[in-house]
Write a protein that binds this ligand. Structure first.
Ligand code: SAH
Ligand code: SF4
Length: 379
């Protein structure tokens, strides 16, 4: 991206890098070297690119070309190992990026199934971490916008409003910076990515998808290790289904009928549950792939046995699982977290109806890093 006079390399595809080096009178293969350095090696400054002649490094510096990795301005560490980072971009805007190590072998909280708590032993998901042997396992939760315009009533990010979209480079840069900070070697460590931080990825669709391609081709993270969550931007769900390379899809349902969903998620006025579920049913799943439906439980609002039964009817017949998230509270949010019993009852209703249903373990609540708590809190 271009910030003022600056050209930031992160976010550029190989063709764009070729145009850049040609402009500097250099041969095309320099673009490959740049691509390798900024994505695979995750270097932070042009001076570090030892494959480039010194002359070229200084030409690029004169042209105000920088790498463009965000600065990790602050780190908040949770007692459960989660780290919430404030990543600052060149214009001073900041977002949150969250690192969630597994620790106990569960990757609950990341939107993927392994390790999530499940009620009935019949549905217990086998933990494979010990079988995998070496390396760390962790999930990085990435932001796609600064703030969010969708205005869901239970979400702290909504209180920020939408400040701006992130560029593809700023999305990729969060991952590169956090991997560097954690000294991750991607050939040993198993890293999952979830696009569940600040923002609605499908309202910044082109930058989000470009970032996905760069994360796959550049950094070397398989798309099958990524999950994107949407509040239900229906036309983009259809587009996303046609992408040749794409993450897995999670849809934030959060209510079992339109009346309730309209109150909690105003976006329902634009696309109602019928349209959203039609897109979910039409979504071309790959062999063994499942959709995820997220459902934030709000005490006395959407957590009744009746709501659970309605939810069963909504998702029946879709190859999907349900992730239940008990509300992570925050100042300015008018809802309460249901008692654990209530969450278990809700899960029980779904499980009995044959729907794989998991309770997402809250991660980093003590540092405001959990789902829906990302609003740049300083404590
Ligand atoms: N904008 C996207 C992705 C980011 S939100 C989306 O809404 O899907 C990621 C998840 O956190 C969503 O499923 C959302 O419903 C959930 N969430 C939002 N606020 C929450 C809160 N206060 N407590 C628990 N989960 C919340
Ligand atoms: Fe935006 Fe998602 Fe929060 Fe809704 S839940 S306001 S879509 S970040």
């Amino acid at each position: 991206m271009v910030a003022g006079q600056q050209i930031e390399l992160l976010g550029l595809e190989i063709q764009e890098l070729k145009a850049l080096v040609q402009g500097a009178g250099e041969p095309d293969y320099r673009a490959g070297q740049l691509f390798e350095a900024i994505y695979r090696q995750r270097i932070r400054s042009i001076e570090e690119i030892s494959t480039l002649p010194l002359q070229l490094r200084s030409t690029l510096a004169k042209l105000a070309v920088t790498v463009g990795q965000p600065r990790l301005e602050k780190r908040y560490s949770s007692s459960d190992g989660t780290i919430r980072y404030l990543a600052a971009f060149s214009d001073g805007k900041k977002v949150e990026t969250v690192w969630m190590p597994e620790g106990d072998g569960g990757e609950a909280g990341d939107g993927s199934e392994a390790g999530e708590q499940v009620l009935s032993t019949k549905y217990q998901v086998p933990s494979t971490s010990s079988e995998l042997g070496t390396g760390n396992r962790a999930t990085i939760c990435i932001s796609s916008q600064v703030g969010c315009a969708v205005d869901c009533r239970f979400c702290l990010t909504a209180l920020l409003g939408l400040q701006r979209n992130l560029s593809a480079g700023e999305i990729v840069g969060q991952v590169a910076a956090v991997l560097n900070d954690r000294a991750v070697a991607l050939d040993h460590d198993r890293i999952n990515l979830v696009f569940m931080g600040q923002g609605e990825p499908f309202l910044n669709y082109d930058n989000f998808m470009k970032a996905v391609r760069l994360l796959v081709d550049g950094l070397g993270i398989a798309a099958s290790r990524m999950t994107v969550s949407t509040s239900g931007i229906v036309p983009r769900i259809y587009d996303f289904g046609r992408e040749p390379v794409r993450p897995k899809l999670a849809i934030s349902l959060n209510a079992s009928n339109d009346t309730s969903r309209r109150q909690l998620m105003p976006i329902t006025r634009k696309w109602d549950l019928e349209q959203l579920l039609a897109a979910a049913r039409a979504f071309p799943l790959r062999p063994r792939e499942r959709l995820t439906f997220e459902y934030v439980l709000l005490d006395g609002v959407n957590d009744s046995p009746q709501a659970a039964r309605e939810l069963v009817e909504l998702v029946r017949g879709i190859r999907a699982k349900v992730n239940l998230i008990a509300l992570n509270p925050g100042a300015g949010i008018d809802f309460r977290t249901p008692a654990h019993e209530r969450v278990l009852d809700f899960q029980q209703t779904l499980v009995r109806a044959g729907i794989p249903t998991y309770i997402r373990r809250p991660r980093g609540r003590d540092i405001f890093a959990a789902c829906g708590q990302l609003k740049l809190s300083v404590a």
